[in-house]
Design a protein around this ligand. Structure first.
Ligand code: ATP
Ligand code: MG
Length: 179
């Protein structure tokens, strides 16, 4: 489902960097501090992560390349993720879905869905029930398995509801009831 990830000015990736994902398993390897976790942070960020702390920073603008010995810092970070949506796993009729997120030094930013400015809410709806999206199980970090095993039955149920694609309808129902 994941096709391509492009980073510009995101953390240690000052230059435009493109990752193509092919069928099967992709492994990211490299020495300590080479930016492996930054790639995962970029995925987390594009899926709508709102917590700077879980991206290992103090504030959101900390994801912007902040310079090195030989290079000035940048004013913007941009991440674009392209999904193959042939199997309609995402809430969109398009066969290919492209999501972009930008943040500027002053902390402002924007989201784009297939090249059009959109709201975070639109992205959340796009991902809901697909297992992607912020806080879902598509990224299993250290300690997460333990946390899942120790979580309450109610919290664990939420994970199954997301996997079964039910959370999408629950969110819709809640929204309707609120109106
Ligand atoms: P390890 O194997 O130790 O887990 P890693 O490959 O996961 O390492 P990362 O944590 O992804 O490494 O990368 C850390 C590097 O990214 C550090 O050198 C840090 O200085 C750099 N870095 C993080 N944020 C920024 C930023 N905003 N601008 C420039 N460089 C950054
Ligand atoms: Mg790491």
């Amino acid at each position: 489902m994941l096709k391509r990830l492009e980073l510009i000015g995101f953390k240690s990736f000052a230059d435009k960097t493109r990752f193509d994902f092919h069928d099967g398993i992709t492994a990211v390897v490299g020495p300590n501090g080479s930016g492996k976790s930054n790639v995962v942070d970029a995925v987390r960020w594009i899926l709508g992560e709102q917590s700077a702390k879980s991206l290992r920073g103090g504030e959101m603008a900390d994801v912007i390349f902040n310079g090195s010995a030989s290079r000035r810092s940048l004013g913007m970070a941009e991440v674009t993720m392209t999904f193959d949506n042939a199997r309609k796993i995402l809430n969109s009729d398009a066969a290919e879905v492209q999501v972009t997120r930008r943040v500027y030094r002053d902390g402002t930013g924007e989201y784009l869905l297939n090249g059009q400015i959109c709201r975070l809410k639109d992205l959340k709806e796009l991902f809901l029930g697909s297992g992607a999206g912020p806080g879902t199980y598509c990224i299993i970090e250290q300690g997460r398995v333990d946390a899942l095993l120790q979580s309450s039955t109610k919290d664990r149920r939420l994970i199954f509801e997301e996997a079964a694609g039910i959370s999408r309808f629950k969110a819709k129902k809640l929204e309707t009831l609120r109106k």
